[in-house]
Design a binder for this molecule. Sequence first.
Ligand code: ATP
Ligand code: NI
Length: 243
Amino acid sequence: MSLRVRDLSLGFSAPDGLWRRRETWLVQGLNLDVAAGRITALIGASGAGKSLLAHAILGALPGNALQTGRIAVQGRTVFLPQQGGWLDPTARIGDQIAWAARRKACPAQVADRLALLDLGSAVAALYPHQLSGGMARRVLMVMALIGPPALLVADEPTAGLDPASSALLLATLRAYAAEGGAVLLITHDLIAALPIADEVAMLADGRLHPACPAQAFAGDGAVLPAAARRQWQALPQNGFTDA
Ligand SMILES: Nc1ncnc2c1ncn2[C@@H]1O[C@H](COP(=O)(O)OP(=O)(O)OP(=O)(O)O)[C@@H](O)[C@H]1O
Ligand code: NI
């Protein structure tokens, strides 16, 4: 499985006066590839359009959205949304994981699945309302990872997690890619994504800078293209240099 995005522009149309509608394009001319076995990190500030791109890939844009360009996905896609999730409020977590495994014809020990993201086996007996926000997100990720390798679009999967849980979740994504999954990791946290990402693509000012190898984000970023280097050097860790 893999993802190919070509010359994609996304925006919205909104009422403008009584009869007219106004078009606003938020991102333009996006090109992006995610291959099987690879993790591409999509980095951008809040409001840059990351979730918008995720929804476009999933074919789940709202009705007033505008889209031109091409998106091709080969194989199955699994989405971990930034907002909300789809845990069944009426069923215990263990049953929900077991159902997910059965649907994928993938026999799974619930306790082992939970342990993947450091959730104790006692979690299996709980209902969704008995979980913390971070626990619920980890349960959703556990379920997303069940089944044969797919294109996994994870929108801010580490939001609300403590540093140890966040590192474990990212390591789990790395293992998923090693088994043949293709991962689009959407996050505003470049530093956290770097250790596990193969490529980094930065979304800023409505444009997606061409993806760079993750290793290029080191030292003063001398080997990075100018736009990515500016973003890299502007990080607190790198001295807020406004190059
Ligand atoms: N239904 C909508 N109608 C009009 N504008 C929208 C709609 N949904 C999102 N937007 C706008 O699209 C822009 C991009 O939003 P998006 O959710 O993709 O940002 P993001 O990069 O994911 O940010 P964050 O890091 O905060 O999640 C924002 O300016 C937002 O206001
Ligand atoms: Ni978002």
